[in-house]
Write a protein that binds this ligand. Structure first.
Ligand SMILES: Nc1ncnc2c1ncn2[C@@H]1O[C@H](COP(=O)(O)OP(=O)(O)O)[C@@H](O)[C@H]1O
Ligand SMILES: [Mg+2]
Length: 356
């Protein structure tokens, strides 16, 4: 399933937020890759930088936040030259000019947010708002855009789309609004849909319906999906690949079946121990991840997870920032347990100085 070409590659992305009291390193060296048609789940506790990373990919971060380093490679917008070889087809959004960024946003990559009202205006009908997106990206008449809008609303399961097209957001339920958001995202046939906690604000039944809708549309449109969720059950249900984020860093990535069956990183292991049914036999004890995500200003040295890690190696994990290491099965993990030096004798000098 996951053998298609790469359509997004994020390398060493850093997005920092410059506040009066200090700098929040919201994304601090994140690496990701998505291939055509696949679903990547991005998981991790709240505050780990998932949303900031997603917004960075679309260059939707504003002051005081700023992308300070890294690369975001995506396929060029259609019809924009560079079709001769594979490399020339990619463009680095961090360095691309605004026009290219705008074209990628919508034509290549679209996004739905947890809270529909962050993207919908209460002042305009949903139909006008979706048609506006179509008109922005394509040379079609207003009537054609409206017809497309009605068709899209039908596609995402909104009943009586010919009537609902003229509804204002406040006239729709949360689930219907999220469907309208998805219709808007699909309006320009993106090859990647980034969905940031798209169902977190919905009740369980509606959540299941929206996830089913995403799956159906993904098949129909051949889209890749980046599904951001703190819910490992949703990730397991939906994704082919998973990236686990902690404090702005991807600490583990790989195919979801092996990763959830035998997680490599102690953080992934801890996350999986905290949810029922996943990765554990029935009757096993549930345990929340020990401790809390540190305050953004108090980012630990070395491996950012070392303050909560059951496998903490003093003098090592608190001093050395682990690299993303590729394993034999292609999975990757950012943990010093896997760098071949773990164990006795590997302790770096000066270990006594650690302040827990
Ligand atoms: N506008 C903002 N101002 C200050 N800090 C922010 C802002 N947005 C996000 N952050 C901080 O950036 C970090 C990452 O946040 P976020 O990307 O929203 O995490 P997630 O989506 O994984 O819950 C957190 O420490 C959060 O407090
Ligand atoms: Mg978030």
């Amino acid at each position: 399933m996951a053998t298609g070409e790469t359509i997004l590659r994020v390398k060493g992305l850093k997005t920092h937020i410059f506040l009066e009291d200090g700098v929040v390193r919201a994304v601090d060296g994140a690496d990701l890759e998505i291939r055509r048609g696949e679903t990547l789940a991005v998981v991790g506790e709240s505050g780990c930088g998932k949303s900031m990373m997603a917004r960075s990919i679309l260059r939707l971060v504003d002051r005081p936040a700023q992308i300070v380093d890294g690369e975001i490679w995506v396929r060029r917008p259609p019809g924009k030259g560079g079709n001769s070889d594979g490399a020339a087809e990619m463009v680095d959004l961090v360095r691309a000019d605004r026009r290219v960024v705008r074209e990628v946003r919508g034509k290549r990559i679209a996004m739905v947010f947890q809270e529909p009202m962050t993207s919908l205006s209460p002042m305009h009908t949903i139909g006008d708002q979706i048609a506006e997106v179509i008109l922005l990206h394509e040379q079609v008449t207003k009537q054609a855009a409206r017809r497309r809008t009605i068709e899209l609303l039908g596609r995402v399961g909104i009943p009586a789309p010919k009537v609902r097209v003229d509804s204002y957001p406040f006239q729709l339920s949360g689930g219907m609004l999220q469907r309208a958001m998805i219709a808007m995202a699909l309006s320009c046939n993106p090859e990647l849909l980034i969905a940031d906690e798209p169902t977190t604000a919905l009740d369980v039944t509606t959540q299941a319906q929206i996830l089913q809708l995403l799956r159906t549309l993904q098949k129909e449109y051949g889209m890749a999906v980046m599904l951001i969720t703190h819910d490992l059950g949703v990730a397991a249900q939906m994704a082919d690949q998973v990236a686990v984020m902690y404090l702005g860093v991807v600490v583990e990535r790989g195919d979801i079946v092996s990763t959830f069956r035998s997680p490599l990183h102690p953080y992934t292991q801890a996350l999986l121990r905290s949810v029922p049914k996943l990765g554990l036999s029935a009757g096993a004890r549930l345990a929340p991840v020990r401790g809390m995500v540190p305050h953004p200003y108090q980012r630990p040295s070395g491996c950012p997870f070392h303050t909560r890690c059951d496998s903490f190696m003093a003098g090592k994990c608190d001093l050395t920032v682990p690299e993303l290491l590729r394993q034999d099965d292609g999975r990757e993990v950012r943990c010093l347990l896997y760098d071949g030096t773990a164990g006795a004798g590997a302790v770096a000098p000066g270990a006594e100085g650690r302040n827990a």
